[in-house]
Every structure is written in structure tokens, then in C-alpha cells.
Design a protein around this ligand. Structure first.
Ligand code: C2E
Ligand code: CA
Ligand code: CA
Length: 755
């Protein structure tokens, strides 16, 4: 309330000042009161603001009010003491008080800015220097260049009188700099302050010229520039923004410009550059026109240009650093190719571009894992680098090659339809087939490639990538190297969906085991073990049998995980059976990838240890065909497992082509005769003959023979007759869950577990 009254009084005083001037009332008591009060009141208003608001800006406004009050007091002193002296001195104590205003103002400004802009970048400060230097230089030229001190002026007189407009200009320049620091946004406080200082500068400049030209008295309107100027400063102090709310400041980045929001970005670079250019022009002009500009202006211009040069160096350096960081963030460390991020950005741009079509390909190396496992990661890394180099060399210009991670590469082929993309891929598959000469070995590499074509297979990135990925998996499954997403049938897609579900299913523990007992062929039907058969408890589709998902799992390199899960479940079950007094052994089926995994025996050993089981509690079954795919590796690995005391069986015997010599060297305990022969041995004489001779063969090699697929008593009787050791089949018991199997085992005699 009192503040409002004070503002009204100030307004009234300004009007009264105009009246004094218009009616030539100078010299009266009224004029004396008005002309001094109007100078004093703005400073007091600011002091009041500092007094009332004890916030962190109190010191700043304290300084501002001190400066303004000094200005007012100087005026009172001049009015009462100096004005009536004859001749009026060019310099008096009043000047000291008037000039005291500027340092106070400068301190206030620095305090205000320091609190608001604590984390300004060097670039921002340089912008401030450019703006203040340039504006001061440019404004000082017309002001200082035209005045010509009168001959009777003393040096001190000239310096003191020139100090006003020069200080005004410097302060106005600083304000402009502050404005630059705020990102050149129109803030009321700054604009009010700049307007106030501009009025000051006008008044001071004119009065300086008038003094030097000996004109007295001055036109009365000059006083208004100061009083209105002071009023504007008081208004600026009472309006609480820019310099007043942190939130209103733009985010100040360290590189490369101070500008905040995008709209201000242009201004934030154009304004300092433009100002610096003007200063440069001033310096050039000054050099050519032979010292036309005052030295102060040239110095200021020089400072601004120097700041601009620094600013430019800084910008270039930050741009360079930014560029390097950007390149690094978009490059694959190992191969130097583009990385996944670059690939995705490039694809987005290509899709948004004007190409009528483009193709995306995923290239996945086959059996890369084996290279890593067998020769170590260093060899694997070298191979990846060589593959990257070779691919790059084989690709036409304009095709982007990226390493997406692991042994997967991505290609973006702009402007290529399916046919053209196919040609490019056939070409790179061809170059890959040449062996890679690594220090230890020459390696052959095959790859599976999936291609998706824009716009036929999809018009957005996620769809294109998904379909290229699906096509690549299809290529892996189909073993034909290259698959187009377009040609994929629904079945292939369903299979790939299942694969994804299996991955998550494995993680969630959706695999379960059923157990099928094996019995000694004889009158008592003693149980000599059970076979663990995996099932997938699918959350939607229910129980899924191994034939429906194991092939897919194998082709996607998931079998290691499946076997690991099965072995763990089996060992846990053995442990609990042993604890319940059921000393049973469990057979687990292995897959191709287990026999190629050199770490597999160690994994088995650690499982046995974890569940505290004798190795004889575990039997491992390997099908004949699996044994034959990688005979050498298989042999070595099986030898290791058997050496640990684990029993081994050849599964599905009779369906493959294992030779007798091979069987002789195989370190196995049991032969499991395939159910194709067993189930027919009562009806088909040829099958009966095969069963009979196989039993003899097995016994002659010191192996036991297990007949699987025994569905009835007649078959069991025949097997007994042929001397078969063990039988397994629906006729004895179906595979059942653990609880049912436990009950079944309790009601049967268990043969003692061979150590
Ligand atoms: P397999 O190892 O030959 O397992 C025997 C399969 O024959 C089982 O089918 C079993 O349910 C079935 N079977 C048992 N007795 C009879 C019978 O009297 N008549 C008929 N017609 N069939 C009988 P399942 O459980 O569907 O397993 C199929 C194949 O899946 C297995 O053949 C095995 O090769 C594979 N498999 C099962 N579990 C695993 C596992 O945990 N790991 C691996 N790698 N393969 C597994
Ligand atoms: Ca089996
Ligand atoms: Ca079998």
C-alpha cells in the first residue's frame, strides 16, 4: 500500500518536473523541492525493495539503491552548493557522487547475474563480452568522435565529463551482455534497465557536448533523461523477473552456443556474430580513415573482436569434440564399421527419404560360437574383423554395412529391390566362402542372411527389422543361406514366434520333465532306471512335446540351454528320490551342440557335485545320428564323460549308419535299439532278425541292449527269448510326471544301483 503511494508520488513528481520546465518555474522553492525529490525518490524505492525482501538479491538491490541514492544526493548538493557558484566549476564533489553510481550499478549487476547464472559456459561469457564490447564501441563512436573539448577545458574536466557517457555506454553494453547471457530473451527487467541507461547516455552525452561547447543554461529536457532514467531503473528493480527467476533462464549448454530454446538459437549465434562483424568493420574503417574513431572505441571494438575469435575457436573445438564423440558413438569398436545405433539412424533416414524402395539384410555367421569356444575369443575377434573387411570390400558404394552385435551384421541397400539385394547378398556369401587365414587355422565361414524389402515387407523400421530378423532365422533353419521375408510362409513365421516364446519360457522355467521307467527283462521286472523326457509347459498352448520344439531349439542354438535346464531338473529329482530311499538312475538325452561344447563335461561334474550325486546315478543318451555328425569331437567328449564314471547309451540304434568299427571304439555302456524294430519284432521276421543280431552284437562288444517302444507283453516275451537286457515302453509304463513316477517306483522292485 505504502509502495503504491510512493509510486504515485514519483509519477506526480515527474509531472511536476515537466510543469516546472514548461512554466519556467526554476528558482522557486517548489521547483527546488520537486527537482531534488524526483532524483532522490527512485533510489529510496529501490532501497525499500531491498529492505522488504530479505532474499538473496538483497545485497544487489542494496548496491543499486546506494548508487541511485548517491546520484540523488549529488543532485541535492549540486542544487544547493555548486549551482550558484560563479563561474560554475567544471568538476565538483557532486561529480564524485554522481560517478559513484556506476561502480554500484556494476556490482549490483554482477551480483544479480552471478546468482542466476552459476553454471554459464565460457561461450556464454564470451557472448556477453562480445555484446558489451561491441555495443560500447559502436555507440561511443558517434558520441565521442564528434565532440571537441573547448580550449579552456582542463584534462581532469574533460576526463570527468567524458566519464559519464563512457560509463553509460559501458554499463549499457554490460546490460546487453547480460541479455546475451539470458539467451537474448525479452525480459522486462533487462529491457527496463537498458532503456534507463540509454536515457542516461543520451543525457550525459548531450550535456558533455554542451559543456564543451560552453552552452549555458542547458535545455531543461536534459534533466528529464536522468529522472526518467532513474525511474526506469527503480521500475526494473521492482519488477521481479529475469534476473529474478531461475526457471525463466534458458538451459545453458556448454557447447557450442548459449542459446536456449530452438527459436532463440538463431538469435544467439547471429547477434554476437553480427556485432563482432560491425566491430571488425569499425577497426578496418579506423585504420583506413586515419584515426577517425576515438581510441576508446577502437579498444572496445578490439576486445569484442578478440572475444569473437576466442568464441569461434571454442565453437570449432567443441564442434570437433562433438563430432568425435558422435563418430565414436556410432562406430563399432571391434570392426570399425557402423554400429547398431548408426544403422538404425541411417535406416530411419533412408525410409524418410525419397527412395522408391530399399532393402535391409541381417547377416548372421553360422557356428561362430564354435570358433570362439574352440579357438578362443582373440581368434573369434580377428575373424569378425576379417569378415567385416571382406564384406565391406565386396559391397557396392552407397550400401551401409554395420555390425549389430556378436556375429550379426546389418546391411541397408538404398534403391535396391529384392532382385538387386539378392545379387548383392549372393556376392557377399560367395566372398565369405573363401577360407579365412587366421594364425592358427584356416577357417571356413558360412552365413545366414534374411532380407526385407521396403515397402513390400513393411513401411516402418520396426516391421522391416522384425521381418528381416525372422527371415534370417528361417535361413538358419532352412540351411539355404539366404531367405527373403516376402517368401516366408505362415508356418515359418509361427516357428519363429515359438522360438521367441521358448527363449522366455526357458528363463521362466517352463520346461518340465516326465520320466519313463526302464526294467530288467526277466520275471521280476526290476526297475533299473528311468529316462527323463522333456516337455514344455506352455502358458497358452499347454503341454508341448519335444518333437514339436526341439528341432527349432537346436537350429537356434538354444539346445545348450535346454539340456542345462533338463540336467538340472533331473539331478534335483535324483537327489530327492535318493533322499526318499529310491536309489534310481536317470537317463538324460543329449543333443549335437552338447557334444560340441568343450565345457559340457565340467558342467555335468559341477551339477553332480552340487546335488551330491554319484556319477552312476546319471546316464546320458546320444542318438546314433548325432554321434555320426561330428564323430571326432563326439568321441573325445564321450571319453571324458565316461572317464568321470557316467554311463553312456547310443539312442535310436539302427536308424543311423554307425559302422561296426565305430561302435567298437565308442566308449558306451548301452545300445538302445530303436522302437521301429522292437515294436515289429513279433510280426515282422526281418525286424525280429535285426533285434536278435543286435543283441548278439551288443553283448560281443560288452554292451547292454535296451529295447525301446515295448508296447505289449508278447514283445516283452520275445525280447526275453532273444536275451535282451532292458526294456522300456508304453507296455511297461508311459512317461509320467515326477509325482506319478514316484508312486510307480514305490510299488516296484528297484534293482540296486551299480556303483
Ligand atoms: P527318445 O529318446 O527315443 O525317447 C523315447 C520317445 O519314445 C519318447 O517320446 C517316448 O514317449 C516315446 N515312447 C516311449 N515308449 C514308447 C512306446 O512304447 N511306443 C511309442 N510309440 N513311443 C514310446 P518323447 O518324449 O516325445 O520324446 C521324443 C524324442 O525327443 C526323444 O526320443 C528324444 O530324442 C527327444 N527328447 C526328449 N527329451 C529330450 C531331452 O531332454 N533332450 C534331448 N536332447 N532330447 C530329448
Ligand atoms: Ca532317449
Ligand atoms: Ca530312442
Amino acid at each position: 500500500m505504502r509502495r503504491a503511494v510512493a509510486w504515485w508520488i514519483l509519477g506526480g513528481l515527474l509531472l511536476a518536473q515537466v510543469a516546472v520546465m514548461a512554466l519556467s518555474l526554476d528558482g522557486t522553492l517548489f521547483a527546488g523541492l520537486v527537482l531534488n525529490a524526483v532524483y532522490l525518490l527512485p533510489g529510496l524505492l529501490v532501497a525499500g525493495r531491498a529492505w522488504r525482501n530479505p532474499g538473496p538479491d538483497r545485497a544487489a538491490f542494496g548496491f543499486l539503491s546506494a548508487g541511485m541514492t548517491a546520484y540523488g544526493v549529488a543532485n541535492v548538493y549540486w542544487y544547493l552548493v555548486v549551482r550558484d557558484l560563479d563561474p560554475e566549476p567544471l568538476v565538483s564533489p557532486a561529480d564524485g557522487m554522481w560517478l559513484a553510481f556506476y561502480p554500484c550499478f556494476a556490482v549490483a549487476l554482477v551480483l544479480l547475474l552471478r546468482r542466476r547464472l552459476p553454471r554459464l559456459s565460457t561461450a556464454a561469457w564470451l557472448d556477453g563480452v562480445i555484446a558489451s564490447g561491441a555495443v560500447s564501441a559502436l555507440v561511443s563512436v558517434p558520441l565521442l568522435a564528434t565532440v571537441d573539448p573547448s580550449p579552456q577545458a582542463t584534462l581532469v574536466g574533460v576526463a570527468v565529463n567524458a566519464a559519464y557517457p563512457v560509463s553509460d555506454i559501458v554499463v549499457a553494453g554490460c546490460l546487453l551482455g547480460a541479455w546475451a547471457l539470458c539467451g537474448w530473451r525479452a525480459e522486462r527487467t533487462i529491457i527496463l534497465m537498458i532503456a534507463g541507461m540509454a536515457l542516461f547516455a543520451t543525457g550525459d552525452a548531450f550535456s558533455m557536448m554542451l559543456i564543451w561547447q560552453g552552452i549555458d543554461p542547458w535545455p531543461t529536457w536534459i534533466d528529464l533523461t536522468w529522472t526518467v532514467g532513474l525511474t526506469l531503473l527503480a521500475l526494473a528493480a521492482s519488477s521481479s523477473s529475469p534476473l529474478s527467476s531461475r526457471a525463466s533462464l534458458p538451459a545453458v549448454s556448454s557447447v557450442p552456443s548459449v542459446g536456449g530454446p530452438a527459436a532463440g538459437l538463431w538469435v544467439s549465434t547471429a547477434v554476437p556474430s553480427g556485432l563482432a562483424l560491425l566491430c571488425l568493420a569499425l577497426l578496418v574503417y579506423e585504420a583506413l580513415a586515419d584515426h577517425l574513431a576515438p581510441p576508446v572505441s577502437s579498444c572496445l571494438a578490439g576486445i569484442a573482436v578478440a572475444a569473437a575469435i576466442l568464441r569461434m575457436i571454442l565453437s570449432v573445438r567443441s564442434a570437433e569434440a562433438l563430432g568425435a564423440a558422435r563418430r565414436q558413438a556410432r562406430t563399432d569398436d571391434l570392426t570399425g564399421l557402423a554400429n547398431r545405433r548408426h544403422f538404425i539412424e541411417h535406416l530411419d533416414r533412408a525410409i524418410a527419404g525419397s527412395e522408391p524402395c530399399l532393402s535391409v539384410a541381417f547377416v548372421d555367421l553360422d557356428r561362430f560360437k564354435e570358433v570362439n569356444d574352440s579357438f578362443g575369443h582373440d581368434v573369434g575377434d580377428s575373424l569378425l574383423r576379417m569378415v567385416g573387411d571382406r564384406l565391406r570390400a565386396a559391397l557396392p558404394d552407397g550400401v551401409l554395412l554395420a555390425r549389430l552385435g556378436g556375429d550379426e551384421f546389418g546391411l541397408i541397400m538404398p534403391g535396391c529391390d529384392a532382385g538387386e539385394a539378392g545379387t548383392i547378398i549372393e556376392n557377399i556369401l560367395c566372398t565369405l566362402r573363401e577360407p579365412f587365414a587366421l594364425p592358427e587355422v584356416d577357417l571356413h565361414v558360412d552365413a545366414s542372411v534374411g532380407i526385407a524389402v521396403y515397402p513390400d515387407d513393411g513401411t516402418d523400421r520396426p516391421t522391416l527389422l522384425r521381418r528381416a530378423d525372422v527371415a534370417m532365422y528361417a535361413a538358419k533353419n532352412g540351411h539355404d543361406g539366404l531367405t527373403f521375408a516376402t517368401g516366408l510362409d505362415d508356418q515359418a513365421r509361427a516357428r519363429l514366434t515359438m522360438l521367441e516364446e521358448l527363449r522366455t519360457g526357458l528363463a521362466r522355467g517352463e520346461l518340465v520333465l516326465h520320466y519313463q521307467p526302464k526294467v530288467l527283462v526277466g520275471s521280476a521286472l526290476e526297475v533299473c532306471g528311468v529316462e527323463a523326457l522333456v516337455r514344455w509347459q506352455h502358458p497358452v498352448r499347454g503341454l508341448i512335446y519335444p518333437d514339436d520344439f526341439l528341432y527349432t531349439a537346436e537350429s537356434a542354438d538354444l539346445m545348450r540351454h535346454v539340456t542345462a535346464a533338463v540336467l538340472d531338473l533331473a539331478c534335483r529329482q535324483i537327489r530327492s528320490w535318493h533322499d526318499e530311499g529310491l536309489p534310481i538312475s536317470v537317463a538324460v538325452n543329449l543333443s549335437v551342440s552338447n557334444l560340441r561344447d568343450p565345457e559340457f563335461p565340467a558342467q555335468v561334474a559341477s551339477l553332480l557335485e552340487r546335488y551330491d550325486l554319484p556319477p552312476s546315478a546319471l546316464e546320458l543318451e546320444v542318438t546314433e545320428s548325432v554321434l555320426m555328425t561330428d564323430a571326432d569331437h563326439a568321441l573325445a567328449l564321450l571319453g571324458q564323460l565316461r572317464g568321470m564314471g557316467i554311463k553312456l547309451a547310443v539312442d535310436d540304434y539302427g536308424t543311423g549308419y554307425s559302422s561296426l568299427t565305430y561302435l567298437q571304439v565308442l566308449p558306451v555302456d548301452d545300445l538302445k535299439l530303436d522302437r521301429a524294430f522292437v515294436s515289429r519284432c513279433t510280426t515282422d521276421p526281418r525286424s525280429a532278425a535285426i533285434v536278435q543280431s543286435t543283441v548278439q552284437l551288443a553283448h560281443s562288444l560288452g554292451m547292454r541292449i535296451i529295447a525301446e517302444g515295448v508296447e505289449d507283453d508278447a514283445t516283452l516275451a520275445k525280447l526275453y527269448e532273444y536275451g535282451c537286457d532292458i526294456a522300456q515302453g508304453y507296455g511297461i509304463a508311459r512317461p509320467q510326471d515326477a509325482a506319478t513316477t514316484t508312486r510307480w517306483l514305490r510299488s516296484h522292485q528297484i534293482a540296486t544301483l551299480a556303483a
